[in-house]
Design a protein around this ligand. Structure first.
Ligand SMILES: O=C(CO)[C@H](O)[C@H](O)COP(=O)(O)O
Length: 233
C-alpha cells in the first residue's frame, strides 16, 4: 500500500470537480465508490444544486447512494436505467493501457456491473494510482460465494496467489451481495492480466474479480502538475 499524502486529498477533490464537468444535462450517470468517487459525487451534487439537470443516477454502493441522495442527486437503479451515458469511479491501480485493479472498498461487483452498463467509463485518481504493472501495490480482490470459499481459495493458490480473506473491523467482510472477498496478492505483479482474469473466472464459485480490463475509456488524473486526461496507450 502507498503511504497517505495529505496532498492526495486535494488532488482527489480536483479530479472529482473535473469529472463532474464531464456530465451534461439529461445524462444518466453511474456513481462509483470510494474517497475519490465521493469527491466526484460531491462536485456533481453542487452542479445539480446550481441547475444541472441530470436524468438520473445509478449508484455502485449504498454509501455512494446515501452521499448522492444527501446532495440532491436523483438516484434510481439499473431496472429504471439499464443503460447509462457515463460511469465515473476511482481505482486502486491504473496501468498505461487503463487496465485497473479495483475493489479495495469491497464494491467491485456492483462497480463492474454499473461500469459495463455505461457507454463511457471514466476512471479518476491521483498520480499515486498510476503503475507500470498491475498487482505490485494492491491484491486483486475476488468476490466469492461463501459456500465455495475453501475450494476457491485452493484453486486461487494453485494459480500462484497469496490469498487472504478480506476482514473489516476484525470481522469477515461481507459484500452488499452477501458474498466474501478473497484478496489475491501476486508478489511479482501480474504479467498478463487478461489471462489471469480468464483463469479466475473459470473457477466455479467466483462471482467477479477486481480486474477491470478494456473498460475504462479515459482517465482523469490529478497530481502536482494539475489535472490531466489520459487515454489508453
Ligand atoms: O474500487 C473501489 C471500491 O471498491 C474504489 O474505487 C477504489 O478502492 C479506490 O478508492 P479510493 O478512491 O478511496 O482510493
Amino acid at each position: 500500500m502507498t503511504q497517505h499524502d495529505p496532498q492526495q486529498d486535494i488532488w482527489k477533490q480536483q479530479v472529482g470537480e473535473a469529472a463532474a464537468k464531464l456530465v451534461e444535462d439529461n445524462m444518466i450517470v453511474g456513481l462509483g465508490t470510494g474517497s475519490t468517487a465521493n469527491q466526484f459525487i460531491l462536485a456533481l451534487g453542487r452542479r445539480v444544486q446550481q441547475g444541472l439537470r441530470i436524468a438520473g443516477a445509478v449508484s455502485s454502493s449504498q454509501a455512494s447512494h446515501d452521499l448522492a441522495t444527501s446532495m440532491g442527486i436523483p438516484v434510481a437503479d439499473l431496472d429504471t436505467y439499464p443503460e447509462l451515458d457515463i460511469y465515473i469511479d476511482g481505482a486502486d491501480e491504473i496501468d498505461p493501457q487503463l487496465q485497473l485493479i479495483k475493489g479495495a472498498g469491497g464494491a467491485l461487483l456492483r462497480e463492474k456491473i454499473v461500469a459495463s452498463s455505461a457507454r463511457r467509463f471514466v476512471v479518476i485518481a491521483d498520480t499515486s494510482k498510476l503503475v507500470q504493472r498491475l498487482g505490485l501495490l494492491f491484491p486483486v480482490p475476488v468476490e466469492v460465494v461463501p459456500f465455495a470459499i475453501t475450494p476457491v481459495r485452493k484453486r486461487l493458490e494453485a494459480l500462484g496467489a497469496v490469498v487472504t480473506t478480506r476482514q473489516r473491523a476484525g470481522q469477515t467482510f461481507i459484500t452488499e451481495n452477501q458474498n466474501l472477498i478473497l484478496d489475491c496478492a501476486f508478489p511479482d505483479g501480474i504479467a498478463d492480466p487478461v489471462t489471469l482474469n480468464a483463469h479466475l473466472h473459470a473457477i466455479v464459485g467466483v462471482v467477479e474479480t477486481g480486474l477491470f480490463l478494456q473498460m475504462a475509456k479515459q482517465a482523469v488524473i490529478g497530481g502536482a502538475d494539475g489535472v490531466h486526461i489520459i487515454q489508453p496507450a
